[in-house]
Write a protein that binds this ligand. Structure first.
Ligand code: T4K
Length: 372
């Protein structure tokens, strides 16, 4: 008999009963979008959440329709020079690069650190010797937070603005004094609301500009549009899901922290040669991508796991520069990214997993590695 299927990712959003009260508020107000009361309340509660993380200093923030638009509008608001080049890592979701192009700039692709799988200030400084860099866009890859203090120092030292793509790092990523941070609230993220995004910064003017850009560029005080914007507003329905999601957040957060710790411990116990991204063990993640031992055929491991009902896939692979649209945009050798990518394998990681599922993933991996 085929073993029970273990799916790769199961989103965890509020259910119908969690939403009822908020939907009643929409029915009563007859207000559905355009910065309505639930969007404002959701933003206020999110701001409190960030204040808790940063010693009670509340940053400015604005919601948008998704994480890709959060990046695109933040880049537009940062007023980079015409034809600016924006440094991004090779190891990221393609939306990082597409947001740069859609904002009117040129992405330049750099390598990642071999341990954290992140673009670091040291890599950015090295890239700047080979190419012009007007902005750096480090990515919190697979939810691993980007060290904001180091990027604040980078900005102070070089004057180059830094936008952090923290699409998958809500709950992990701090904001920093000088950085602008974009989050995704997509269904697959820790605080999922279906589709949604967020731009957060201590720079009030950037956030006000992103908000204006998300509303066609219109200044609500004058009715005129000083610049060309788009429609990237969050609806009241999405805000309702967001408010319900925030109610569940402390409990879901604790469950995700425990899941990550248990998973890493179980896999390490099963097979010492499995590698991990160096990221805080006390983190809130929705993706776990391991590093197979050198020389192992990933396709064979995937086949073996699939035969035991275990879903796998690779995240951010093919890498950005491997897509035809971005092939010309590499600025230096991508040695680490190219060494690591063929060994990466995404395993099931979600809150429906029970202890025996995690054990089964570990045992099947050990068997497949022994056979290959
Ligand atoms: N920057 C970075 C670094 C990002 O990772 C992302 C998005 C962005 C920017 C842009 O943010 P958004 O504009 O998306 O807000 C998924 C997500 O759609 C995407 O949000 C995410 N990163 C990316 C890493 O993954 P796909 O095309 O790989 O998703 P898909 O449809 O294959 O689903 C992934 C898994 O989740 C599957 O196993 C199926 C399961 N799933 C998915 C959905 C949507 C469900 O079970 N139910 C669902 O409703 O992009």
């Amino acid at each position: 008999m085929m073993a029970k299927r273990i799916p790769l990712l199961v989103p965890d959003l509020p259910n119908q009963s969690d939403l009822t009260n908020y939907l009643s508020l929409i029915d009563a107000s007859r207000w559905y979008t355009n910065f309505g009361p639930l969007v404002k309340r959701f933003e206020a509660e999110l701001a409190q959440e960030f204040a808790l993380q940063s010693s009670n200093v509340t940053p400015w923030l604005t919601t948008v329709a998704n994480g890709t638009l959060a990046l695109e509008l933040a880049l537009t608001a940062m007023r980079l020079p015409t034809n600016a080049t924006v440094l991004i890592p090779a190891f990221t979701f393609v939306a990082t690069a597409s947001a740069v192009v859609r904002a009117g700039y040129k992405p330049v692709i750099a390598d990642i650190d071999v341990g954290s799988w992140l673009l670091t200030p040291a890599i950015a400084l090295a890239a700047m010797k080979a190419t012009r860099v007007d902005c750096v866009l480090p990515v919190a890859a697979l939810g691993c937070p980007v060290p904001v203090d180091e990027w604040d120092d980078f900005h102070a030292q070089t004057g180059i603005p830094v936008l952090i793509d923290a699409a998958g790092a809500f709950g992990n990523q701090h904001i920093g004094k000088r950085t602008v941070v974009a989050f995704s609230l997509h269904a697959t993220k820790a605080l999922g609301i279906g589709e949604g995004g967020l731009v957060v910064s201590h720079d009030q003017s950037i956030i006000e500009k992103v908000r204006r850009l998300s509303n066609f560029g219109i200044d609500v005080n004058t009715g005129y549009a000083p610049e060309i914007g788009t429609n990237a507003k969050l609806s009241e329905y999405h805000a309702a899901v967001g408010l319900a999601a925030l109610q569940r957040w402390p409990a879901q957060r604790a469950r995700r922290l425990a899941l990550h710790r248990q998973y890493v411990e179980t896999l390490s116990r099963h097979h010492a040669s499995i590698g991990f991204q160096i990221r805080p063990i006390e983190g809130i993640y929705t993706i776990l991508q391991i590093l197979l031992p050198l020389g192992v055929d990933r396709a064979k491991v995937q086949k073996k796991l699939a035969g035991n009902g275990i879903d796998t896939r690779t995240w951010y692979i093919p890498m950005v520069q491997e897509s035809p649209a971005y092939q010309q945009m590499v600025c230096s050798t991508l040695e680490n990214a190219q060494l690591l990518a063929p060994r990466m394998l995404g395993l099931p990681f979600h809150l429906d997993l029970i202890d025996t599922d995690i054990e089964r993933v570990g045992e099947t991996l050990v068997e497949s590695l022994a056979q290959i």
